[in-house]
Write a protein that binds this ligand. Structure first.
Ligand code: GLN
Ligand code: ZN
Length: 756
C-alpha cells in the first residue's frame, strides 16, 4: 500500500511564494533571481512531503499563480487580446492573471474553485481557440524530481473539468474543442508515461450534476487517454463530494487507480466497495485536505479494514481527500494557540504524517503509541469544556418559530420606516468601510502589540470615525456609516470577540495568486460575551442628525470564511452564530441605531455542489439570516449586502431573507445583474451598485446617471437606493471622495428627472 497526496500548498510555510511574487511584480527582484527563488520553494515543498514518508512526489501542483491558468498557457489557449503582444511567456502569464495596465488589457476572469475559497482563472474559448502544447515544464519537473531521488507523480487537471470550467465567447460551443484537447492530453500523457509510475488526472467536475451525454463523453475520453498510457498507471481523482449519479461511469472508467474523497463523500464508501472492479486500484481520500482537524486514526484504520476485506492491499493507495492546497502548511509554526487546541489540529505537513502512520499500521509496524496519543486527543476534544457550552446548546434548542419572523410584513414596515427616516427618494449611502490608510493600520497594529493603551486606541479610532462622518456630511450622503476603521477583516473582527473561535499566527491558505487568507477556527459552541460594535456605531451616530447604519457580518459569511468544527452540522454552527449576531443587532437597536446592515457576502458561496442539496442549504442559510435580523421593531430598518448580482436561480431565496434593503454589485455588468430579478422582482428595497470600487477610476456623473436610469427600468423609484458596489477599504481617499461626490450628484439629477 502506497501513499500520496493530491497536491501540496505552494505558498511555503512563511508565505515565501507570496513574498517572491510581490517583490518581482513591484520590480524589486529581477526575473533571474525570482525564478531561482520560486524554484527553491518548489523543491523545498517536494522535499518536505518526502520527509514525512509519503511515497510519491506530486509534481505539477506548484504554480506561480493558478493551476488552471498554467493549463491554459500549456495548451496555448491564449485569449485574443493577449496574443502576439508578449515575447516572454512569463510576462504573458502574469498579464493574463493580473491584466496589463500599460497595454490597457484587462485580466482574465477569476472565480471560485468549486466550493472552496480558492479562485482560478477562467479559460476563454471562442471559434478561433486552437490547442497545441506550448511547453514541457511538467516533463522537466518530473525529470528533475527523479534526479533528486524522488518518485514523481505528475498531476494534470482533466480535460472534462478544464473545458467545463471555461467560458464560451461569442456563442461558441466549447465542447467542439474536446477532440483537439484529447489529442493534446494523449501527447502529454504518453510523454510522461515513459518517465513515471503513476500519472494523476483530476476530474472534480464528476462530483457535480452532469448530463448523461457528458457521462458518455467522459468514458470515451478516458478510453482514448488510457490507450497511450500502457506502461504507467493512470490515476483519476475526484474530490469535494461523492460521485452521486456519476459513480457507475467512474467505476467503469478506463483508468488504473480511482480516487475518492471519503471525507466530504464519506457516504459513498459502501457503494464503492460493493461494486469496485477487480482490475482497478483504489485511492482512499481518508485525511481531510481542506479542514484543520486531526484525523481520527482509529476510525481511519477501521475504514481501511473494511476496504481491505474486499480489495486486496496491493490495490489500495492512501491519500488526502483533496489537494492540501486548501489547508495551512505546518502546525509547528503556531506558538500562541492554547496547547489544548493545538493538540486537536493537523495542517498539511501533519496530514502527510498521518498518512504515513496509517500506512505503517497496515504494514504491521508498531504504531500503538501514536494511535493511543491520537485517540486521547480525539477523546479530549470530544469532552472538552472549551468545546461545549450548555447555555448555548439550550438556547439553540429553545429557538421558536416566531424568532425567525419580523412582527409585520415589509409593506407595513415600509410605511413606518418612511415616516421615521423621512429620506429623499433614491437615498444615497455606502456599503460600510472607508479607505484604510497606513495610519489606521498602524493604530490597530500598535494596539494589538500592546504599544497603545486601550484609551489611546479608542481615541484614535474615534478620531477616524469623526473624520469619516465629517466627510460624509460634506459629500451629502443621506445614510452614513462609521467606516469600519477598527476592522482588519469583516470576519476576523467578529471572530475575535466571539467565544468558540481561535486564530492562528500562520495558518495561511492561498485565495488567489499571491493573496492568502488566514481563516479563523471555530472550535466550540459560539456565543457573544459582550457587544462588539455598539460603542463605535453609537459614537458615529452621536455626531450626526442623519441615520447611521450599524455594520455587522452575517452568520453565513462568518461560517463560510472560517475553518468550521466537524463535530456538528454546519447548519447548527450557523444557528449559534446567528444567535450571537442577533444579540448584537438587539444591542444596536437598544442604542437607538435604527438601521442595521448585516453583510452576507458569502451567501452564494456556501451553496453545495449538487442540485439535490441546494434547497436544504438555502433553507438554513436564509433561516440563519432571519434569526439574526428578526428581533427588531418595525421602524428599525435591516439592510444586507452581497458582493455579486448574479442570483440566477436563487432570487426567491434572497427575497425570503426579508431584509428591508439589499445592496448588490452591479456597475461592472452595467446593471445586467438585475436580469435575475426580472422574472422574480425583488419585493423590498434594493441598491444596485453604480460605482465600481474594484478600480481606482472615478466614475463620471453622466455614467452613474445612466446606470440609475437603467435601474429604474426594473426597479420602482420608491425602492431604488444609490450606493457603490461594495466597501471602500481598499480605495484611496482622493478617488473615494470624488466618486462619492459624483454619485450624490447623479442621484440628485435623477431625482429631478423622476419628479418631473
Ligand atoms: N461592510 C463591508 C465593507 O464595506 C462589506 C464588505 C464585503 O461585502 N465584502 O467593507
Ligand atoms: Zn461587497
Amino acid at each position: 500500500m502506497l501513499t500520496h497526496v493530491l497536491g501540496f500548498p505552494r505558498i511555503g510555510a512563511n508565505r515565501e511564494l507570496k513574498r517572491a511574487l510581490e517583490s518581482f511584480w513591484s520590480g524589486k527582484t529581477k526575473a533571474q533571481t525570482f525564478n531561482n527563488r520560486v524554484h527553491e520553494i518548489k523543491i523545498s515543498n517536494w522535499k518536505q512531503v518526502k520527509s514525512t514518508g509519503i511515497d510519491y512526489t506530486t509534481v505539477g501542483d506548484f504554480s506561480l499563480y493558478d493551476q488552471m491558468l498554467d493549463h491554459t498557457q500549456l495548451f496555448g489557449a491564449i485569449p485574443p487580446r493577449f496574443q502576439h503582444k508578449y515575447e516572454d511567456p512569463q510576462e504573458l502569464y502574469f498579464a493574463m492573471a493580473r491584466g496589463d495596465a500599460e497595454k490597457g488589457i484587462s485580466a482574465m476572469e477569476m472565480t471560485k474553485w468549486f466550493d472552496t475559497n480558492y479562485h482560478y482563472i477562467v479559460p476563454e474559448f471562442d471559434a478561433n481557440t486552437h490547442f497545441s502544447k506550448t511547453n514541457s515544464k511538467l516533463l522537466e519537473d518530473v525529470r528533475e524530481a527523479k534526479k533528486l531521488g524522488l518518485n514523481p507523480k505528475p498531476v494534470l487537471i482533466g480535460p472534462i473539468t478544464y473545458l467545463s470550467l471555461g467560458k464560451e465567447i461569442g456563442g461558441f460551443n466549447k465542447w467542439l474543442l474536446l477532440p483537439q484537447l484529447v489529442e493534446l492530453y494523449k501527447e502529454l500523457v504518453s510523454e510522461l508515461a515513459a518517465e513515471c509510475e503513476v500519472i494523476q488526472i483530476d476530474e472534480p467536475i464528476l462530483v457535480t450534476d452532469i448530463s448523461e451525454e457528458l457521462r458518455l463523453t467522459v468514458s470515451e475520453t478516458y478510453k482514448q487517454i488510457k490507450s497511450v498510457c500502457k506502461e504507467c498507471k493512470l490515476l483519476v481523482a475526484t474530490y469535494f463530494e461523492s460521485l452521486g449519479d456519476n459513480l457507475n461511469t467512474f467505476l467503469n472508467l478506463n483508468a488504473d487507480i480511482l480516487h475518492f474523497d471519503l471525507i466530504e463523500g464519506k457516504g459513498q464508501l459502501t457503494n464503492i466497495i460493493d461494486s469496485f472492479p477487480a482490475d482497478k486500484s483504489i485511492s482512499l481520500g481518508l485525511v481531510d485536505g481542506r479542514n484543520i482537524w486531526k484525523t481520527d486514526l482509529t476510525e481511519a484504520l477501521e475504514t481501511l479494514t473494511t476496504v481491505t476485506e474486499k480489495i486486496d492491499l496491493e490495490r489500495v493507495y492512501l491519500s488526502s481527500s483533496c489537494s492540501l492546497l486548501h489547508s495551512p502548511v505546518d502546525l509547528r509554526n503556531e506558538t500562541k494557540l492554547p496547547s489544548e487546541i493545538v493538540n486537536w489540529l493537523s495542517f498539511a505537513v501533519q496530514k502527510c504524517q498521518e498518512l504515513t502512520v496509517l500506512k505503517n499500521a497496515v504494514k504491521g509496524e508498531d504504531v500503538e503509541q501514536i494511535r493511543l496519543k491520537n485517540s486521547k486527543a480525539i477523546a479530549e476534544r470530544k469532552a472538552s469544556k472549551l468545546v461545549h457550552d450548555e447555555t448555548v446548546q439550550k438556547r439553540c434548542r429553545e429557538v421558536s418559530a416566531e424568532m425567525y419572523e419580523r412582527t409585520n410584513s415589509f409593506s407595513s414596515r415600509k410605511l413606518i420606516q418612511q415616516s421615521y427616516f423621512n429620506l429623499p427618494e433614491l437615498p444615497t449611502t455606502t456599503i460600510g468601510s472607508f479607505p484604510q490608510t497606513p495610519k489606521i493600520r498602524k493604530t490597530r497594529r500598535d494596539f494589538k502589540a500592546g504599544i497603545l493603551s486601550n484609551s489611546d486606541y479608542e481615541l484614535k479610532i474615534k478620531n477616524v470615525i469623526k473624520d469619516n462622518i465629517k466627510i460624509q456630511h460634506q459629500i451629502g450622503l443621506d445614510v452614513l456609516v462609521h467606516g469600519e476603521p477598527e476592522r482588519n477583516d469583516m470576519v476576523e473582527y467578529f471572530g475575535e470577540m466571539l467565544k468558540g473561535f481561535c486564530f492562528t499566527e500562520n495558518g495561511w491558505v492561498q485565495s488567489y495568486g499571491s493573496r492568502c487568507v488566514k481563516p479563523p477556527i471555530i472550535y466550540g459552541d459560539v456565543s457573544r460575551p459582550e457587544p462588539m460594535t455598539v460603542k463605535w456605531t453609537e459614537y458615529a451616530a452621536s455626531l450626526s442628525h442623519k441615520p447611521v447604519k450599524g455594520m455587522l457580518t452575517g452568520p453565513v459569511t462568518i461560517l463560510c470564511w472560517s475553518f468550521v468544527r466537524n463535530d456538528l452540522p454546519r447548519s447548527e454552527v450557523c444557528k449559534q452564530l446567528a444567535l450571537a449576531v442577533r444579540d448584537e443587532v438587539q444591542d444596536l437597536e437598544n442604542a437607538e441605531i435604527k438601521m442595521i446592515q448585516i453583510d452576507e457576502a458569502a451567501f452564494r458561496e456556501g451553496m453545495p455542489l449538487k442540485e439535490a442539496d441546494k434547497n436544504d442549504y438555502l433553507q438554513w442559510a436564509v433561516d440563519s439570516f432571519k434569526l439574526t435580523s428578526s428581533s427588531v421593531k418595525d421602524d428599525t430598518q435591516i439592510h444586507t449586502h452581497m458582493c455579486y448580482s448574479d442570483f440566477n436561480s436563487i432570487s426567491e431565496w434572497i427575497a425570503k431573507m426579508d431584509a428591508d434593503v439589499i445592496s448588490i454589485e452591479a456597475s461592472r455588468s452595467g446593471m445586467k445583474l438585475l436580469d435575475s430579478f426580472k422574472e422574480f422582482p425583488y419585493p423590498n428595497e434594493i441598491g444596485p451598485g453604480i460605482y465600481d470600487i474594484h478600480s481606482p477610476r472615478i466614475p463620471s456623473v453622466e455614467e452613474m446617471v445612466n446606470l440609475l436610469k437603467k435601474g429604474l427600468e426594473v426597479i420602482p423609484q420608491s425602492e431604488l437606493w444609490v450606493n457603490p458596489d461594495c466597501g471602500l477599504k481598499t480605495r484611496k481617499w482622493e478617488e473615494t471622495k470624488a466618486s462619492l461626490q459624483n454619485m450624490v450628484k447623479s442621484a440628485k439629477i435623477v431625482r429631478k428627472i423622476i419628479t418631473h
